[in-house]
Unconditional design. Structure first.
Lengths: 298, 767
């Protein structure tokens, strides 16, 4: 696809998204988040249409830094991927690689992080190269619940590597798990990771939500088919209140952050899908950039 | 002239040219006569009525000639010229060393200390004889000089020997009197800063000789001694202090001994060590973890070994100031989020002694502040005036572009280092745009335009196959290996091992060579520019401060690629931050004239005061509060030194052993008019200086005597010294001529010769 064609597709996507989003947002007017959402649909400090634009607006690379960017997005690939490692199609690679590539485009446009759109890689948790970067993204959900053959069911080696990664200063973002059952599943897995550390729920006043953008509410960034209930389009479903959980290090810094009832990956991945609501993409980018800046500063 | 001593005196007089003939006959005439007389006698014995054998003639000539020559010499009236003083007309000063080293029993006299040996030598009879001849003044000296009524009053308790002051004191006290001579009885263990020979020379110039009498043995052996203790806690792990003991010994070569450190009655560290060879000084390190935030007086001890002559030097007290240090403020600005920023922040953030305020550009027009003390700090960006920037002691500049700073701010950075004495560390890329800016003046590296660099060095950091982006293990230069800021282990071998274990770095910013006067601490193992390895870490002094350049952005790898328990990265950055800010000027600085004191010393305290832009402040009111070891508090105003801008002085007596706490309170009308406080401390410890090199120092005493026209004697030669003293040619002595012709000795000798000649003739039947 040529550059001109890509630009045409994105422009079409933006228009479609705008058209689709307006009535949806309107339909959700009873939602308590509604007022802020209307104000934030195109916030003055974040405009997703800039990402959709094909104009080269990257500000992140300082001349002379070199051919390869410092920051490479790492997506964790865990052992129990059913189809075997290195192959596509399991839970670890949900939204891969479009989500991160789109997100990094936003990072490049809005921040000065030294990265590139294609600076992504999937990495085994036990790969020593994991420690060459400071950030790790993983999808969390296991389908069916508690399955040992789908989402992360970390082996001892993986747990050890993850633990070490975080204790050395690495930052882990867990994404895309929904509902009470997944929450419990997540907590069990975290208890295996850090038996001595508590999983804490972060409030919006936590520093991580103010490192770049001031985030005042957690969005329920929907999945592609929106939400857990496949097939039903149900934004901001009160059954799935979004929350952010974290594990802190001895200094109180966040080592691991987990988005419950929110799928930032889809928010990034579907940036250009006409039916995907722009507001949620916006929020996914804003939150993602905040997490990234936090990882770079704490 | 009687007996043996008379003969000795005679020969001595000849040797000294004091034997002359009072008749006034010239010497050549005397010599002529001495030659002619034997010839005449020989001739006369050739004309005897009975012929003589050759042997008889020789023997008779010899005996008769000797008698005649002796008679002739006596007729020429030989005299010995001597000096004598009239009894009680002149003064004699005896100075006795009363310092602690005189307590040493070094085997010079059987089971006697040096002071006992002196007391025995200065017996009542000796003193009585001296009093008959002189107006005798006896003094004891150590730290100062005092009159000594009796040798029994000597205590050998002073912790200092100052021969020079003692001589000079006596010179002043008795200078206007007819001072015949000064006698110094000492082991020569002078530990003042003055040269006693120079002082003695002054007395010698006034024709007052100084006679010295040495006590003791040149070596005190066997002995083991702590010569020095050094503790360093400023740059290494702040929780641990490495205490280094310098231990010397004689007579216990290669023995194993226990060394230990004590805090009061509690042993806080100990170690078994093997001693070196005789005379060798070895250093041993013991780690100590202070248990409280205060100035702590520790004592290093070595066990006493059997037969040791001197046990006092087996202990050594020293002060470790573990008071909570003033927080050092460091400003860190960086141009974009990067791994290096994250991990420098984490390393310094965990150091309670540092406050890292950071200002990070996260996006276009977006900045993120951390570690700020109030909402206003850095709210308008990088400080734009001295007052705001000088509030920090250190400045880290990361990967920023020139337009991050205004021209004024660049000048401010230069002044921050040069005037304020701040530390600047640049840890990011300094590109061509910085050439010819004030920052390039401050940096320890020459900035070279990138297009003038060789091709393989162009292009900045590249994380790829490019030469400047490859992995490398930095090489510690010799200076780097011994730089405290880069120490990872207390021993050299541990330090080397830990450096070897560090992961490789990646990528180097190429600037140029280190400037003349800069010190390179780390360098690239392979890449060179103008045949010099590329510097990775370099530093230089700039004005009052220091600048440091780090030409890689990958020290974070020492954190992420090392086990989480490893603290190399944190330690290096904390040490570098402390090193960077170590010499930053403080608004109020306390200076003491010595590192430690002993009872009786005077403590000179000076305080330097600066205003909020670090101009020396002459308008301050400065009070000094001293908390003494017994808890008593004393206060005094410090007086401004008109000759030294911003300096205020006071003097304290160090009376008791223990830790003295100082609190300086400054109020000023200059600058921001702030009220400031500064704390300090010093310790008064038992002195070991009397026990270091405690052997008899003959050379010093000989120099003292020689420079003043006196002589050196051993204590056993005291009698000779007193005799010589009596005939010393001092200004108050008069010359006397002593006839020697009428002494019975010479008459006896003459008669003996005549009798021998007569007896020989009788025996040979010649008369």
């Amino acid at each position: 696809m040529s550059r001109v064609e890509r630009q045409q597709v994105w422009q079409a996507g933006v228009l479609t998204a705008l058209i689709c989003c307006s009535p949806m947002l309107h339909a959700q007017s009873q939602d308590p988040l509604q007022s802020s959402r209307e104000a934030l649909s195109f916030p003055r400090d974040f405009d997703i249409t800039r990402i959709m634009s094909d104009e080269e607006e990257s500000v992140s690379r300082r001349p002379g830094l070199g051919e390869q960017p410092e920051f490479v997005w790492q997506r964790g690939r865990y052992e129990n991927y059913p189809a075997g490692r290195g192959r596509r199609g399991g839970w670890w690679d949900t939204d891969y690689p479009d989500a991160e590539q789109n997100f990094l485009r936003g990072v490049q446009r809005y921040s000065l992080v030294d990265t590139a759109t294609d600076a992504t890689r999937a990495i085994d948790l036990t790969d020593p190269a994991l420690f060459e970067q400071i950030f790790l993204y993983m999808t969390m959900k296991r389908v069916p619940i508690g399955s040992i053959r789908s989402g992360p069911n970390f082996t001892e080696a993986e747990l050890q590597a993850l633990r070490e990664f975080m204790l050395r200063g690495g930052f882990v973002l867990l994404d895309d798990f929904w509902g009470e059952a997944h929450l419990q599943d997540f907590q069990m897995e975290m208890a295996r990771l850090f038996p001595e550390r508590e999983v804490v729920e972060l409030g919006v006043d936590h520093e991580i939500f103010h490192t770049f953008y001031d985030i005042t509410a957690f969005p329920q960034v929907p999945g592609r088919a929106v939400t857990w209930n496949y097939g039903q389009f149900n934004l901001d479903d009160p059954q799935f209140p979004p929350a952010v959980y974290a594990i802190l290090d001895d200094e109180g810094r966040v080592m691991l952050v987990a988005n419950l009832n929110s799928d930032m990956g889809d928010g990034w991945e579907h940036t250009f899908h006409e039916y995907y609501p722009t507001f949620y993409s916006n929020e996914a980018y804003r939150l993602g950039i905040n997490y990234l800046i936090y990882a770079f500063t704490h | 002239m009687n007996g043996v001593s008379g003969i000795q005196g005679f020969w001595q007089a000849i040797a000294e040219g004091r034997l002359v003939f009072a008749s006034g006959v010239p010497v050549f005439m005397v010599l002529l006569l001495v030659v002619l007389v034997p010839l005449l006698v020989w001739y006369l014995y050739g004309r005897t009525t009975r012929p003589l054998t050759q042997n008889d003639r020789i023997a008779l000539t010899a005996m008769r000639s000797m008698a005649l020559v002796m008679l002739l010499l006596m007729l020429l009236r030989p005299i010995i010229q001597e000096w004598e003083t009239n009894p009680q007309e002149t003064y004699l000063a005896i100075l006795v060393d009363d310092s602690q080293s005189m307590q040493i029993n070094d085997g010079s006299t059987s089971q006697q200390s040096r002071i006992q040996a002196v007391q025995n030598a200065l017996s009542p009879s000796v003193l009585s004889a001296l009093r008959e001849q002189y107006q005798l003044r006896t003094f004891a000296f150590g730290r100062d000089v005092r009159r000594l009524n009796s040798p029994n009053d000597l205590t050998a308790a002073d912790n200092r020997s100052d021969i020079s002051t003692a001589i000079s004191h006596v010179g002043e006290q008795l200078g206007s009197l007819p001072l015949n001579a000064v006698v110094v009885i000492s082991d020569g263990g002078d530990n003042s800063n003055l040269d006693p020979a120079t002082t003695a020379e002054v007395l010698g110039g006034r024709e007052v000789p100084v006679f010295t009498v040495g006590v003791g043995q040149p070596e005190v052996t066997p002995d083991i001694a702590i010569r020095n203790v050094r503790s360093d806690a400023t740059l290494l792990d702040s929780e641990q202090v490495d205490v280094e003991l310098s231990v010397s010994q004689t007579g216990f070569a290669a023995d194993a001994v226990q060394i230990s450190i004590w805090d009061g009655d509690t042993q806080v560290a100990s170690r078994q060590v093997a001693l070196g060879n005789d005379g060798e000084t070895r250093r041993y390190t013991l780690p100590v973890v202070p248990d409280r935030n205060a100035a702590i007086r520790y004592e290093a001890r070595i066990e006493t070994l059997t037969g040791e002559r001197l046990v006092e030097n087996n202990r050594y007290q020293f002060l470790v100031d573990n008071s909570l240090p003033e927080t050092r403020n460091i400003l860190y600005v960086d141009g974009h989020p990067r791994n290096e920023f994250k991990f420098i922040r984490r390393a310094l953030d965990a150091d309670d002694d540092l406050r890292l305020a950071s200002y990070l550009q996260t996006g276009p027009g977006r900045f993120y502040r951390q570690g700020i003390e109030n909402a206003l700090e850095l709210s308008t960006g990088f400080p734009e005036d001295k007052e705001a920037l000088y509030a920090y002691e250190g400045l880290l500049i990361g990967d920023v572009e020139l337009d991050f700073f205004s021209e004024g701010q660049l000048g401010l950075i230069r002044d921050f280092v040069a005037e304020r004495g701040g530390g600047l560390l640049v840890s990011g890329m300094v590109d061509d745009a910085f050439i010819d800016t004030p920052l390039s003046d401050v940096l320890p590296l020459e900035l070279v335009r990138s297009n003038s660099l060789p091709g393989q060095l162009q292009g900045g950091i590249r994380r790829g196959a490019h030469a400047t982006g490859t992995m490398f293990t930095p090489v510690l230069t010799t200076e780097g290996e011994f730089a405290n800021a880069l120490r990872l282990g207390s021993s050299d071998s541990e330090n080397r091992t830990r450096w070897q274990d560090l992961p490789e770095l990646q990528g180097i910013y190429v600037t140029g060579q280190a400037k003349a006067g800069a010190t390179v601490l780390l360098e690239h193992p392979d890449l060179q520019y103008q045949r010099q390895p590329l510097p990775v870490l370099a530093t230089q002094r700039y004005g009052s401060g220091r600048s440091v350049a780090l030409t890689t952005a990958s020290t974070w790898r020492w954190q992420m690629l090392m086990p989480s328990e490893d603290d190399s990265h944190e330690r290096l950055w904390r040490q570098m931050a402390r090193w960077l800010t170590d010499e930053a000027l403080a608004r109020v600085e306390i200076e003491l004239n010595q590192e430690s004191y002993h009872a009786g010393d005077e403590v000179d305290v000076s305080v330097r005061v600066r205003d909020n832009v670090f101009e020396l402040d002459n308008n301050a009111s400065v009070w000094l509060q001293v908390t003494m070891p017994n808890g008593e508090i004393a206060e005094q105003a410090m007086s401004w030194d008109i000759n030294d801008d911003g300096t205020y002085r006071a003097t304290l007596p160090a009376t008791d052993e223990g830790v003295y706490q100082l609190l300086v309170d400054v109020t000023s009308t200059s600058g921001d008019g702030a009220t400031l406080e500064q704390q300090g401390s010093f310790a008064v410890t038992p002195s070991l200086r009397e026990y270091n090199d405690a052997g008899l120092d003959r050379r010093l005493l000989q120099r003292v005597a020689g420079s003043s026209g006196g002589r050196y004697y051993e204590l056993s030669e005291l009698d000779s010294m007193l005799t010589d003293l009596a005939s010393a040619p001092t200004p108050y002595a008069r010359q006397v001529d002593r006839d020697i012709w009428h002494h019975a000795f010479w008459l006896g000798l003459l008669l003996l010769m005549l009798f021998a000649e007569w007896a020989y003739r009788r025996y040979r039947g010649l008369s």
